[in-house]
Design a protein around this ligand. Structure first.
Ligand code: PDD
Length: 284
């Protein structure tokens, strides 16, 4: 058991006391939403954007917020302090609360709020030098992937299939086009140096890291196209990468067994990663 302090519905407690009801709707129905914010040098990265997306997820599901975004940030800060977190992530989850099992919304239930920290090497991630290998899998998720729900069985199965097949992660494919990675947004770089990623819609999560990376690309006169792409196009791309709060910008060097370019992380992904790291330390 870890020696971390967890936050559970108003209390800061050790893991052994961090408990939630078996009737919690997050547990019974995956009736909950979540966010993952990065922490570098003890500072939350782009947290306001994560909390804004949390608000949106809650609204889309007609779910009550447990408290204000300001209060959530205060709890996050306290967890950073209590756990002496220098680099890693803070996970936060809101559910519709605990009520006797019934599919319809409960009339009297307080939303649950749970948060915890995880140590992770993000800046000097050892995987960065090698990049990751991905496989493609069918995207079997529901149709509202823009909502960051805790219903994550499809990505769990996708990631496990990747592991079983000796890869690092999976890109999900729907109607012949890549939607996104199991827990990250997917990008390719064409021979002309254009950064290509799927446009926003209900088919993918509106990644906070994706948004900043596209802004940084535009500011640095890099060409960006938001459009669909296939696994075949990705396999013949110059470079590829994924973005997320816990990876920032991570090169993809192999797709379904096909090496991209030299098989090493390319120059554009390195540039974008450096730009993102500078943003994380100083802001836009
Ligand atoms: N995942 N797409 C999916 C399906 C995701 O789950 C995530 C994040 C992203 C990237 O979004 P952002 O840049 O806002 O982190 C895209 C988090 C990190 C997770 O589930 O652990």
């Amino acid at each position: 058991m870890s020696d971390r302090i967890f936050y559970v519905n108003g209390s800061f407690v050790p893991e052994s006391e961090a408990k939630i009801s078996v009737l919690d709707r997050g547990f019974l129905f995956a009736d909950g939403v979540y966010e993952v914010s990065a922490v570098i040098d003890g500072q939350l990265i782009d947290n306001a954007a994560h909390l804004a997306r949390l608000e949106r997820s809650l609204q889309e599901l007609d779910m009550q917020a447990p408290c204000s975004p300001e209060e959530i940030e205060r709890i996050q800060q306290r967890l950073i302090t209590e756990n002496k977190l220098v680099e890693g992530v803070i996970y936060l989850q809101v559910t519709r609360g605990a009520a006797d099992r019934d599919f319809g919304f409960p009339e009297h239930a307080e939303p649950s709020l749970v948060m915890f920290t995880q140590v992770k090497r993000i800046v000097d991630n050892p995987v960065m030098d090698k990049g990751i290998r991905v496989i493609s899998v069918e995207d079997i998720r529901w149709k509202r992937r823009d909502i960051k729900t805790v219903g994550l069985l499809a990505p769990v199965l996708a990631k496990q299939e990747a592991k079983t097949r000796g890869a690092d992660d999976a890109w999900m494919v729907e109607d012949g086009f890549v939607t996104e990675g199991s827990s990250n947004n997917a990008f390719i770089v064409t021979a002309e140096g254009t950064i290509v990623t799927r446009r926003l819609g209900n088919e993918i999560l509106h990644g906070i890291t994706r948004h900043v990376v596209l802004e940084l690309a535009a500011k640095n006169d890099l060409k960006v196209e938001e459009r669909n792409f296939t696994i075949e196009e990705a396999q013949s791309a110059e470079e590829a990468f994924v973005t997320s709060a816990s990876l920032f910008v991570m090169p993809v060097v192999e797709i379904d067994g096909k090496r991209l370019g030299t098989g090493e992380p390319g120059p554009l992904v390195r540039q974008l990663r450096d730009l993102y790291l500078a943003f994380a330390r100083r802001g836009l």
